[in-house]
Design a protein around this ligand. Structure first.
Ligand code: SF4
Length: 251
């Protein structure tokens, strides 16, 4: 089975998929950025508790306290031996974002008031694809996947990688529930901003193409090194200077 996260990684660089398929870890060490991302994601899951409160800041501060205690338990395998000091620093950094988050949340009443469901596991035997959107929202006859992102937010719209990820979840949810899905949401957690993205034919086609290419990678074919690959921050830099095979030229 290919995971939706494999599609996102393929979009960053197909070779990352190859090395992960060979058993190498994408994350070599727990950086402060990685830790902040995990905490922010947990916090974003409860923005719906605060969005329409007069005292959003107190609610999110309390939730952040709770999360800081629970993180080492929930993410025990992802954060082995995380020190109290590093955790406290990341929590303090996120606390400094709360005022901005609170000032934005009330702009998305329609989204948060919709009765958010969390984390449903989806699987397609037809496409050999599996994944769990952060939320799958039901409103009247509509079903809408939503994903939480803790990194940078584009000036307008959503990043192309986020759009592909949403489309892959839409394909999975459509197969399970037999309902056409026309849009999804990306929640940029660092700002408390929610953006809508249309599920378009172009990305549907792209998801299916990437699925086919990822299957080839799982069969051991190393893809070409893309010219614009983000090698600077990649954990695989040391092992990546390998020539492509003839097969990879036909990728
Ligand atoms: S080093 Fe560059 S080309 Fe190799 S996997 Fe990483 S990002 Fe891709």
């Amino acid at each position: 089975m290919i995971r939706v996260s494999d599609i996102t990684i393929y979009h960053k660089c197909p070779r990352m998929c190859f090395f992960m398929n060979e058993g190498h870890d994408l994350i070599k060490e727990v950086t402060s950025g990685y830790l902040e991302g995990i905490i922010l994601k947990e916090l974003a899951l409860v923005y719906d508790l605060a969005f329409n409160s007069k005292d959003k800041l107190s609610i999110l501060n309390l939730e952040l306290d709770r999360i800081s205690k629970e993180i080492p338990v929930i993410y025990r395998s992802e954060l082995p031996g995380i020190s109290d000091e590093n955790l406290a620093k990341s929590v303090a950094d996120i606390r400094s974002l709360l005022e901005v988050i609170c000032s934005n949340l009330s702009s998305y009443n329609g989204f948060f008031a919709g009765g958010l469901s969390h984390n449903e596991s989806l699987q397609s035997e037809k496409f050999g694809l599996t994944g769990s959107p952060d939320r799958l929202i039901r409103t009247n006859d509509e079903l809408t996947p939503s994903i939480i992102k803790t990194g940078k937010m584009p000036l307008n719209g959503v990043w192309q990688g986020d759009r592909l990820q949403l489309t892959a979840y839409a394909v999975l949810a459509e197969e399970k529930y037999d309902i056409p899905i026309r849009r999804g949401f990306v929640e940029y957690a660092r700002w408390g901003v929610v953006r809508e993205a249309a599920i378009r034919r172009h990305e549907r086609r792209n998801v299916l193409q990437i699925l086919g290419k990822t299957k080839k990678i799982q069969n051991g074919i190393m893809p070409e090194k893309p010219e614009d690959a983000p090698c600077e921050h990649c954990a695989f830099t040391g092992m990546c200077d390998v020539k492509s095979t003839l097969a990879s030229k036909f990728f």
